[in-house]
Design a protein around this ligand. Structure first.
Ligand code: ADP
Ligand code: MG
Length: 351
């Protein structure tokens, strides 16, 4: 096998596409009863008894969705899977199979793909997923990863964005803005590396926000916990593009308005600390930063006691209301700020 002498890495061309796939396939083993046929034929075959099949797909482009100067390939593999299955959990369903498609340019070697697959494998093991296929192709412009997730749920368990009612409580798992702040920290370190800044990178004390960006988790735990206490949300969506835009999606599809209360927004201490250090408003990061992979859902008022008593790591951040009342953030001094879906672009926060 041809190894690149300097880097001790294997050229993809020297292996050929067929052998490459075979080598990657050895990294995974199918364990799900619903997987009838995994990697190796023209299509995978899955079987679900008495359940709906859910399918979701995501595209990750280098330079747009990830930056390999500070994202380890193993973490990238893990994160793409987490992002993919988060959408399935947001339907109150169980992800079972994934397909992973990769576009690779000449800068990458077999070992790089193996690093990505090590992350994919770790995510598959943690969440009980089979990798059942994908596609591999040369790319002219860096790396591209496509992740498709197949999942299942009984039809009466599926939760759509559209089921919210106007007196429902608006609930949120975990906390917001941490991944965005982790990204800001990594971007700052990158600028130091490129010589554009004299400030030294300081990762110590910021492990949590870095982990939230580089190795997020999907909220399988909350889906399981809600199933265990028989609590089925009326509407649900995962928070991947900032809370504000997800609240608006849920409102639009449920034909409701919403009130969320600023002092109820869960923000971690480290998120505040980083926000302070780089002079960004932590609440803005919570509302518009991405990559949280938390769940935003609604339950009827009558579920309040169950929610408080039997469900950990969930905050009630507000409630739905009549569509005519719009969607607003209420500040502690009782001002109403209209929610807007402005995604926050990377360089806007770079100042
Ligand atoms: P085809 O020419 O029919 O697309 P491929 O040679 O691309 O066939 O794929 C052969 C098998 O390997 C299929 O089962 C496919 O799903 C799987 N496969 C291809 N690329 C990947 C990949 N990057 N990760 C996982 N499985 C893959
Ligand atoms: Mg193919």
């Amino acid at each position: 096998m041809h190894k690149n002498a300097a880097m001790q890495k294997t050229d993809i061309a020297s292996l050929g596409e067929f052998n490459l796939i075979e080598r990657l396939a050895t990294l995974v083993e199918c364990a799900q009863p619903s997987t009838v046929k995994g990697i190796g034929d023209d299509a995978a075959v899955v079987r679900y008894e008495q359940a709906e099949t859910l399918v979701s797909t995501e595209l990750w482009l280098e330079g747009v969705h990830f930056d390999l100067t500070y994202t380890p390939l193993k973490h990238l593999g893990y994160k793409t899977v987490v992002a993919g299955i988060s959408d399935i959990y947001a339907m109150n369903a169980t992800p079972r199979q994934i397909l992973l498609s990769i576009g690779v340019s000449k800068r990458f070697f077999v070992e790089d793909l193996e690093a990505i697959y090590a992350g994919v494998k770790a995510a598959c093991a943690r969440y009980g997923l089979d990798l059942v296929g994908g596609d591999t192709a040369p790319s002219m412009t860096g790396m591209t990863i496509g992740i498709t997730v197949i999942g299942e749920a009984p039809h009466d368990k599926i939760v759509y964005r559209s089921g919210g009612k106007k007196t429902d409580l608006l609930c949120l798992t975990g906390n917001l803005g941490a991944a965005y702040m982790g990204l800001q920290l990594l971007e700052r370190e990158k600028r130091v590396f490129e010589g554009h800044s004299r400030k030294q990178p300081q990762f110590q004390g910021f492990e949590y926000i870095l982990e939230r960006y580089l190795k997020p988790e999907a909220r399988k735990d909350i889906i399981d916990a809600m199933a265990a206490i028989n609590l089925r949300p009326t509407a649900m969506i995962d928070v991947s593009d900032g809370l504000a835009s997800e609240v608006l999606h849920l409102c639009r599809q449920s034909q409701c308005g919403a009130r969320i209360y600023l002092e109820r927004l869960p923000i971690a201490a480290e998120t505040f600390r980083m926000a302070d250090e780089i002079q960004i408003d932590a609440v803005t990061a919570a509302l518009h930063g991405g990559d949280d992979y938390e769940l935003l859902f609604t339950v009827p008022l009558s579920s309040y006691d169950t929610l408080r008593k039997d469900l950990q790591n969930v905050d009630i951040i507000g409630h739905l209301c009549d569509a005519s009342e719009g969607a607003f953030l209420i500040t502690p001094d009782n001002q109403a700020v209209e929610l807007r879906a402005q995604g926050w672009k990377k360089d806007e926060a770079d100042a």
